[in-house]
Design a protein around this ligand. Structure first.
Ligand code: UT7
Length: 317
């Protein structure tokens, strides 16, 4: 038993931060950011919370799927940093959505949405759930270092969601990893145990951008090519490649190596920046709401990030 996507949703904070807004307090400019990354603006939490974004995205997905809250057996939230370490965001959002079921958070870095789909597939296959709500909710603005121009300009906040149920839509899902924590890392709070031998100071997100870039272009292309050949598909047999929105140059690098036209590589990075695991479901929701995910439509999802790890899924609507 595989799974089927029954509905999608998303939510963005209302605060728009343009490249010029960043140039007002950082040694950067619109020209550098837009040509090196494709990002023109991003949305950042101001008076909202990550929880309110997750709730809104989940509500939109339930409405889109026409599924009542009491039909949901399990909630999975992919996030690299929820509101609290405990309880999970997947539990905290339930009162607002009228849900009452087991919920847990998954930290798969930017690959989190695809990892959560895989867990959902397993829960459906085992008979423990018939319908699940999967949400990716990320607030990288909370642990980016806003004095470091090489990282903070890249990120934004967002939540994307999908309601999934029994069905044959998920044709395949695969993961790969190359453990390299030094390339992309953000620490948890240090704690104040009097017994800790070597307490670490709190640390903002640190990234070796070029290393992630090289990993992304080579792995995304290889993972997609392997998925296509395992299913005897040509690149043009896939309607949309919904890739993690980290850098427009990465998207273009993968697209040109696959030799497919730009219409098959949708993007919203210019408006949202990199929102970690939320990029894939937010973009999926935008395609869905634009009426582009018609029955029979074939989509490849692909994401990469901290770990380092990658995830690729082949889906038919
Ligand atoms: O979700 C997964 C997580 N992350 C990623 O996917 C990121 C992947 N990597 C990238 O997207 C790119 O490597 C970056 C956008 C992060 C950086 O682009 P780059 O073309 O690799 O630039 P660079 O790091 O080689 O830096 C080039 C120059 C440097 O100056 P010098 O040493 O050549 O004088 C940087 O100091 O650009 C400078 N620079 C900036 N200049 C203006 C770095 N950030 C900025 C900035 N504004 N914001």
């Amino acid at each position: 038993m595989s799974l089927k996507i029954l509905g999608t949703g998303s939510a963005l904070p209302k605060k728009v931060v343009t490249n010029d807004d960043l140039a007002a307090f950082l040694d950067t400019n619109d020209e550098w950011i837009s040509t090196r990354t494709g990002i023109r603006e991003r949305r950042v939490l101001s008076d909202e919370t990550l929880q309110s974004l997750a709730e809104q995205a989940g509500k939109n997905a339930l409405e889109c799927a026409g599924v009542a809250p009491e039909e949901i057996d399990f909630v999975l939230v992919s996030t690299v940093q929820a509101e609290t370490l405990s309880p999970a965001l997947a539990c905290d959002i339930q009162p607002a959505l009228g849900l009452k079921c087991m919920g847990m958070d998954i930290n798969g870095g930017c690959t989190g949405f695809i990892a959560a789909l895989s867990v959902a597939e397993g829960l459906i296959a085992s008979g423990r759930a018939k319908k699940l709500l999967v949400i990716s909710a990320e607030a990288l603005s909370r642990f980016a270092d806003w004095t470091d121009r090489s990282t903070c300009v890249l990120f934004g906040d967002a939540a994307g969601a999908a309601v999934v149920g029994e069905g044959e839509g998920l044709r395949d899902i695969r993961f790969a990893s190359e453990p390299r924590r030094e390339v992309l890392c953000a620490s948890t709070p240090p704690g104040n145990s009097p017994f800790a031998v070597d307490p670490k100071p709190a640390q903002y997100l640190k990234m070796q951008g070029q290393e992630v870039y090289k990993f992304a272009v080579s792995h995304s292309f290889k993972d997609i090519r392997d998925m296509l050949s395992a299913h005897e598909l040509q690149p043009e047999d896939v309607d949309f490649y919904v890739l993690h929105q980290a850098n427009m140059r990465i998207l273009e690098g993968v697209r040109t190596r696959l030799k497919v036209d730009a219409e098959r590589f949708p993007h919203n990075i210019e408006r949202t920046g990199n929102t970690s695991s939320a990029t894939v479901p937010v973009l999926l929701d935008e395609l869905n709401r634009a009426g582009k995910l018609k029955p029979g439509c074939r989509v490849i999802l692909n994401a990469f990030g901290a770990g380092l790890c990658t995830g690729t899924a082949l889906i038919e609507f």
